[in-house]
Every structure is written in C-alpha cells, then in structure tokens.
Design a binder for this molecule. Sequence first.
Ligand SMILES: *Cc1c(COP(=O)(O)O)cnc(C)c1O
Length: 390
Amino acid sequence: MPHLMNTYGRLPVAFTHGQGCRLFDEQGKSYLDGMAGVAVNTLGHNHPRLVQALGEQLGRLIHTSNLYRIREAEEASDRLAGIARMEEVFFCNSGCEANEAAIKLARLYGHQQGVEQPMIIVMEHAFHGRTLATLSATGNRKVQAGFEPLVSGFARVPFDNLAAIEHLVQHNPNVVAVLFEPIQGEGGINIVHHEFMRALRRVCDQKNWLLMVDEVQCGLGRTGAWFAHQHAGIVPDVMTLAKGLGSGVPIGACLAAGRATGVFKPGTHGSTFGGNPLACVAALTTLNVIEADQLMTRAMQLGEAIREGLRSGLADIEGVIEVRGEGLMIGVELDRPCGVLVSRALGAGLLINVTVEKVIRLLPPLVMSDAEGAELVAGLIPLIRDFLKE
Ligand SMILES: *Cc1c(COP(=O)(O)O)cnc(C)c1O
C-alpha cells in the first residue's frame, strides 16, 4: 500500500503519459480525456508550446521568492488585468488560496469601511475549496461535516435568486461582498442567469459591496469567453482563478478592480510560492495559446456540438432531465444517481466525471478536435442509454 493519506476514492488506473486529448495507462491502453484533470489541462497533454516554454524557463530560473521583483509575474499580471479589464493581481498556487485572498480582501475592505463584523453573501450548492474559510463558504454539508466550528461571517442565499439578496440588503447592514460562481462546477453545472449577474452588479454598486466571482473552474476560455461573467457584460470587483490558468502547473490568482484595489498592503497577505517564474510562464503561455489558436471560439463551437450530439442521441429515452452548459463546461443531469458511469466510461476508454451524484460532467481540454468531440459523444451515448434501461 502506498503511504498516501486516504483523502480520495481513486479509480484503479495510473497514467504514464499523454498526448493532446489522450492519456495512456501503464498497460498502454489509451483514453480520451473528457475531464482535463478537472478543468486544469487547458492545452491538453504535452502541448509543444507549453513544453518548450517551460523547458526554457526550467533551465533559466524556477523560483526566487517575493522578496524580489519577478518579471514573469509582472508580465502575467499585465496580461490577466488586460483580458479581465481589472487592475491588480495577487498570485497564489490554487483555487482555495485565491478564494482565501478574496475573503481576506473583502474583510479588510469591510473594516476599512467601518464594518466590524463583515459578512460575505455566498450561494447554496457553491464550491469554493477545502481550507477552513473556503469550506465554510462552500454550500455543501458533506464538505463541511466534521470540521466545525466553521469560519463565521458568511450568509447563504439560494442560487440565482435576487429576492433573497434584496432581503439581505434590507436586513443585514454587515454585508460587504457577494461571492459566487457564474457557473457552478462541483454543484452540478448550474448557470447563473445573466440578468441576475447584472442585477447583482447594480446592488453591489448601490451598497458599496464587492462583487466577487469565483471563476476557478469556469474561467480562462472554457465557456467561450475569457471569463464566464463576461457573457453578462459586467466587470466584477474581485475575481479568483486557478485550475486552467497554468495548464497543469499549479497557479492561482485573485484579481481586483475599482474599490477593491489598494486594500492589501505589504504584510497583509502573501505566499511563498505565489507568482514564481515557472508558474507564471505556464500561465502566460496558456493565455497566449488560447488567443493565438482561438481556443475560446473552439470551446464555444465544440461545446455546442457536444451538447447537440448528446441531446439528439438521448432524445427518445426517459431519465435525462437536461443537457446543459456553456462552451466546454457540460452537464448531463439524469433522474437517478449515476456514479457507476464513471468506471464504465473508464472501461470504454473515456474519462468523465459525475458530480452531485446525478450530473455527468464533461470538462475537456480546449484543444479537443471536432472528431474527438464526436468520439466522446458516440462513446457516452450507449453507456448512458444502457444505464437508463437497467
Ligand atoms: C476547484 C475549485 C476550487 C478549489 O480549487 P483548489 O485548487 O482545489 O483549491 C474553488 N472554486 C471552484 C469554483 C472550484 O471549481
């Protein structure tokens, strides 16, 4: 037995290498990657431009620390601020850390406004990470159970429900920010209405609250725009990123704009690894390839084709509640728990996931070809049909 802590229920497969959207296991069997390491491998596996850029950087400099200027981080921050139309970037190493930064920023902002017990509004079914503050912000009891006492200072409202927010406007003078995912990932591919995001933007402007979007899963081109909130035509005050940002090299980011800028000062927040040259080169290369190869258009078109394919292939069978998503963030909700499909798909050479027990989730690399997308659909349909007939 390996000496790993027992924190994951792992599938009985280990991969030795990958190429594009394929992974190969120890027996040499090939798998089509419909998960991209949970929305991480934006550029698939062994992407030549990423391998080259990282190889060059490895030979030059991996880490120096934030005691010094880091040109790669400065460049990556300029690039991110440009595409997000935001102003400041704090680099860290993961999604929960990006959200920790956002939560700390909101609290500090609140105190600077004279609010002594600042509250952050969060949504039902949200997922923000597994550190104590982010699991407290998460709207899933399974993530929290056993870790009480939870971090206080969060007020939970139903997802996509403006009336609940307006109630808090009237009744909770301590609110300083709203944190939500424009598309909930772990929560089952739940899409916020664009009108809800615009209304939230107005409420936050009226109340001086920070509008904070967690784009750790839905950001970085996956939904057909750089960031999912951009579909609603808004700019948030705070945005968090991680997963797809480094195409597999760990990096997270917390961005700020407008009244959220200038809140942190030297000594108020930090990260030893955050923004190191290697991780920032991974992020810069990922952003450059997304743009140069028009991967956002690819994500939008291929996502639509996959959803259409799934809808038509499953149209005449009972048990499919909905096929939904935006770009290459796709959910197929069934009327019953379907976790068993993950191992059946693995047997068929397809990597997929099931979340909230009933939603089949697909998060392929943005470099997936039309033929591979069709192969994913063609492989999945008989698995789902057979399962629903049992
Ligand atoms: C995965 C995820 C996180 C947590 O990211 P980690 O890198 O695992 O800490 C936070 N928010 C969202 C929306 C996520 O999907």
